[in-house]
Design a protein around this ligand. Structure first.
Ligand code: NAG
Ligand code: NAG
Ligand code: NAG
Length: 273
C-alpha cells in the first residue's frame, strides 16, 4: 500500500545504527555480545535453546549465564574476535557482574550495564526491518497473519527497549511511528484504500477531488488528498467501503500523513544527494 511502503525500513536503519557498538577498548565486549545475541535469537547454536539468554530478571540472568557459560563461550569462540573471546573466557565473572548488576539510579546511561542489556533488543529490530520489506507487498487485509506477527514483534521491541537508558527518546518515538504504521494496516481504513487502489474505479463524478488522483503515486498529491481534500477522500471511502472504513478516520489519516511526510522528506533528501 502506497502510504506505508519503505517508510519503516528507513526509520529502522536510523534506529539500528544509533545503537552503540564499540570494539574491545578497555574491556568493552559489546561487539561480541551483540554477535552472541544475534546467533542466539536465530537459534544458530543448539546449546542456546536450553536457556533464555534474553532473560530480563538479573538474578535469573546471573544464574543462567553462569550455568551456561560453556554455551556462551562456544558461540563467542565462533562469532567474536579472538581478543574479545579471550577477554570473555578469562574474565567471564567480571563480565557477568557488569551484565547483571543493576547500577544505582543516578548512573549515567553510558554505563556498560545499560549498553550490554540494550543489545538484547538488536536482533528483534533486525527481524522487524526484514519483515517490513516483506509486508510491503502484502495487500491490506484484517487479521493477516504476517501483520499480526509484526504487531506482536513491535510490542515485544517496545517492551525490550523501555527500561530507562536502553534507548533514546528518538528511538522510542521512531518505534512508536513504525508500530502505528503497522497497526494501521490492520484497519478497515487501509483495506479500503487497498480496495480502491486495486479496483481503480472511475472517480470523475467526484468533482470535489478537483483534479487529484485518488490512486496517485505522487507523494505531494497524496499529502494533498489527506489534508485539503480530506473531506472528499472520506466521502469516497465511505461510498466504496461503507461506514466502517471511516470510523476512525481522523486518527487513521493522521498516522497515514505522518508516514507520507516521512516518505516525502526521505525521497527529497535522496534526490538532493
Ligand atoms: C573492531 O575490531 C575489528 C577486528 O577485531 C575490526 O575489523 C573493526 O574494523 C573494528 N571496528 C571499529 C569500529 O573500530
Ligand atoms: C543441532 O540439533 C539438530 C537437531 O536435533 C541436529 O541435527 C544437529 O546436528 C545439531 N547441531 C549441532 C552442531 O550439534
Ligand atoms: C480479527 O481478530 C479479532 C481478534 O481475534 C476478532 O475480534 C475480529 O473479529 C477479527 N476480524 C476479522 C475481520 O476477522
Amino acid at each position: 500500500m502506497y502510504f506505508f511502503e519503505l517508510i519503516s525500513y528507513f526509520l529502522l536503519l536510523n534506529f539500528i545504527h544509533s545503537l552503540p557498538v564499540q570494539n574491545s577498548t578497555n574491556g568493552d565486549v559489546s561487539a561480541c555480545l551483540k554477535a552472541f545475541y544475534k546467533a542466539a535469537y536465530r537459534g544458530e547454536y543448539n546449546c542456546t535453546e536450553s536457556f533464555d539468554f534474553f532473560q530480563v530478571v538479573p538474578a535469573f540472568q546471573q544464574a543462567g549465564f553462569t550455568s551456561h557459560k560453556s554455551c556462551f563461550l562456544e558461540v563467542a569462540k565462533e562469532e567474536c574476535s579472538i581478543a574479545q573471546y579471550n577477554l570473555l573466557s578469562t574474565k567471564y565473572q567480571d563480565f557477568l557482574n557488569v551484565l547483571t548488576t543493576v547500577p544505582p539510579s543516578v548512573t549515567p546511561c553510558s554505563d556498560s550495564y545499560f549498553k550490554y542489556n540494550a543489545l538484547k533488543c538488536g536482533p528483534m529490530m533486525d527481524e522487524l526491518s526484514h519483515r517490513t520489506i516483506d509486508i510491503n507487498s502484502v495487500a491490506a487485509k484484517i487479521n493477516d497473519t504476517k501483520i499480526l506477527e509484526m504487531i506482536e514483534l513491535c510490542d515485544k521491541i517496545e517492551a525490550c527497549i523501555s527500561p530507562v537508558c536502553y534507548s533514546s527518546e528518538n528511538q522510542r518515538k521512531s518505534l512508536q511511528e513504525i508500530s502505528n504504521g503497522v497497526k494501521l494496516r490492520n484497519t478497515e481504513f487501509a483495506v479500503c484504500i487497498s480496495k480502491i487502489e486495486r479496483q481503480s474505479p472511475d472517480l470523475s463524478e467526484y468533482t470535489c477531488l478537483d483534479g487529484i488522483d485518488f490512486n496517485t503515486d505522487d507523494r505531494k498529491m497524496q499529502i494533498e488528498l489527506y489534508t485539503v481534500k480530506k473531506v472528499c477522500a472520506k466521502r469516497i471511502m465511505k461510498d466504496f467501503c461503507g461506514e466502517r472504513a471511516v470510523e476512525n478516520f481522523e486518527n487513521d489519516v493522521e498516522t497515514c500523513l505522518k508516514n507520507l511526510m516521512k516518505l516525502y522528506k526521505t525521497a527529497s533528501a535522496l534526490n538532493e544527494s
